[in-house]
Design a protein around this ligand. Structure first.
Ligand code: AHG
Ligand code: MN
Ligand code: MN
Ligand code: MN
Length: 328
């Protein structure tokens, strides 16, 4: 009798996408192909991450991205993998990425635009702490076949047709939504398949965990200081991994709030609207939570530039509403 616990293996990602095909508001297999392209690139990046210390892909490469951040080898490597997979898949007409200054044109025949943070939590790569990838999918606005324009890319978060993240953690997961709830898939490397492990994810309405980098406390706006004091008075737990995807995922499962507010260093906060906040805001709302700048719903923000930053409050409904109450 095999002593190991026989885990109930869920359906595979491919079978799930096919089954849910009819749920996608539009055309046949395009969105499915996009999700497959992203899942495939996730497998490749996952393999490289698992060997990071051995194949000399840790550390910086001596260049800076448009954010003024020192690019890590894995930032650039992941960016290449995702952009290449999307280009080969043929469904994406353009990509905007944290690691590319401008819009990356792929294929004028493509109907979808992808916004991606190819490697989130770069400061944690070298210290073997969970990191992730975040992506948003929009339909293009201009006619298929015509040149890509900024209006195709700078769309409100509420226009997303899908969004998700990969979390390269103790296990690797793909979590995504197409506007019909949130589902989590766990990757089984020995089979090269993602299996449905977290169907219909929903965030607990109350939470007792707050995630914020209190090293910047002195430069927080007053309402944020008051909310942090409230968390301490309420006996909440402080958890801060320093990888947004990992902090977000823990709060999604257990309840909690993640805040990256305005600081002295980042007047609008550090996180980027187009490829970090929009995707996680779509997911959290689909899971019954909230995402705002403290005063405005993230998904309502009209973007005006590719890499714009916004203050970010995301998580359990009660906690975000409480934090927002200090702004009134
Ligand atoms: P990225 O690695 O994609 O640039 O994102 C890093 C972000 C986010 O993952 C994390 O929560 C946050 O930066 C941490 O910032 P601080 O170190 O300033 O707290
Ligand atoms: Mn990031
Ligand atoms: Mn990044
Ligand atoms: Mn970065």
């Amino acid at each position: 009798e095999d002593s190991r616990i026989a885990l109930p293996i869920g359906t595979t990602l491919d079978r799930y996408i096919k089954k849910k095909q009819d749920e996608f508001q539009f055309a046949t297999g395009e969105l499915s192909q996009l999700l497959r392209d992203i899942a495939l690139a996730g497998k490749v990046v996952n393999r490289e991450i698992n060997k990071a210390g051995l194949i000399n892909i840790v550390g910086a490469i001596g260049t800076q991205n448009v954010q003024g951040e020192d690019q890590q080898k894995l930032d650039v490597l992941a960016n290449i993998r995702f952009t290449r997979a999307l280009s080969k898949g043929g469904e994406a007409c353009a990509v905007i990425s944290e690691e590319d200054d401008e819009i990356v044109d792929l294929n004028n025949e493509g109907r979808y635009v992808i916004a991606i943070d190819p490697l989130d939590g770069s400061s944690n790569i070298d210290v073997n702490v969970s990191i992730g990838t975040i992506f948003s999918i929009f339909r293009r606005v201009t006619p298929v076949g015509s040149p890509i324009q900024e209006i195709d890319v700078l769309q409100k978060g509420s226009e997303q047709v899908a969004a998700g993240y990969l979390l390269y953690g103790s296990s690797t997961m793909l979590v995504y939504t197409t506007g019909h709830g949130v589902n989590g898939f766990t990757y089984e490397p020995s089979l090269g398949e993602y299996f449905l492990s977290h169907p219909n994810m929903s965030i607990p309405e109350q939470g007792k965990i707050y995630s914020i980098n209190e090293g910047s406390y002195n430069s927080f706006p007053e309402p944020v200081k008051k909310y942090v004091e409230h968390c301490k008075e309420s006996g909440h737990s402080a958890r801060y991994i320093g990888s947004l995807v990992a902090d977000f995922h823990r709060n999604l499962l257990k309840g909690g709030i993640y805040i990256y507010p305005q600081t002295a260093k980042d007047a609008n906060g550090k996180l980027r609207l187009m490829y970090e906040c929009n995707a996680l805001a779509f997911i959290i709302e689909q899971a019954g939570g909230l995402a705002s700048t403290g005063t405005q719903r993230i998904l309502d923000i009209e973007p005006n530039e590719l890499h714009q930053r916004v203050p970010f409050f995301v998580g359990s409904k009660d906690m975000v509403e409480k934090a927002e109450s200090f702004f009134n």
